[in-house]
Write a protein that binds this ligand. Sequence first.
Ligand code: C2E
Ligand code: MG
Ligand code: MG
Ligand code: MG
Length: 288
Amino acid sequence: STALANDKVWHMHEAAEQDLLEQQVSLMGELANAIENHELEVHYQPKLDLMTDRIASVEALVRWHHPTRGYLSPDSFIPLAEKNDHIADMTLFVLQRTLRDLAQWHGAGIEVKAAVNISARLLISPAFFDAVGAALQVSDTSASDLIFEVTESATMADPAAALRALEGYRRMGIMISLDDYGTGQSTLTYLKTLPLGELKIDRSFVENAHEDSSDALLVRSTVNLAHALGLQVVAEGIETVECLDFLREVGCDLAQGYFVSRPLPASELLTLCLSNSTSPKTPVRTAA
Ligand code: C2E
Ligand code: MG
Ligand code: MG
Ligand code: MG
């Protein structure tokens, strides 16, 4: 009867996998229409300059309000989008929205830059490169206000091609930020060759750094390494005041995380920036 039970479990498992597969296939089809149907939105999460207590830049994060499935996390659909061309359309949408919102914030007197996440496959796409150039040309925003966040693992998929692409974007005037740093396999030698302006230390190292001595050591030495390479360094995933204090102490340049602010819709971000620019010493915190 054990064998029978196992057999039953196995069939349930197979059915569940089949369900998941079907769900993913239909989700992929729906993503194609999501832009046209205005289901995608862009939220912005501030990066706080720890020297001035001002919002130096924001990161654009895509949001999908699915008509029947409700809110979907980017982690649930971006890996799917990466398997086909949807990632290009989706990222272009995020880029265009970000450029438009940047122009509006600048018009309101807010000096801020914005980062867009670029996934591995897209990074090395010549068609996407041309589309970025075209989008910048018709926008009122300069390339120097734009940051591309590229994960360490994305660059490692094809290091030579990634380097060429990053050099192209750098020549365009876009700053390159290495995202989720510490989780990839890059060597210092390779890192040194990349035209980086910013290093983002992954949340997994940052979250316990104020109480875990080995994480503390990792964060401290990464800050020093980044500075030695002439890069500014951002710590992501700051959820507590203890964590923020620790980052100030080790000389980290910028901080991002729920303790500073959750990702916000463009209009709320503008309100936050306006109050932050008139009195930078008031805490930016919007999180409870
Ligand atoms: P990421 O680029 O590393 O973005 C940071 C993620 O951590 C965001 O999740 C953000 O909301 C979340 N986060 C920020 N502060 C905290 C914190 O203090 N605590 C915790 N627990 N989480 C925090 P989100 O928005 O769900 O995005 C997840 C990932 O999806 C992003 O990771 C990025 O890799 C990807 N993604 C989001 N938008 C885009 C996009 O437009 N294009 C591409 N290619 N990828 C995107
Ligand atoms: Mg990012
Ligand atoms: Mg990150
Ligand atoms: Mg991350």
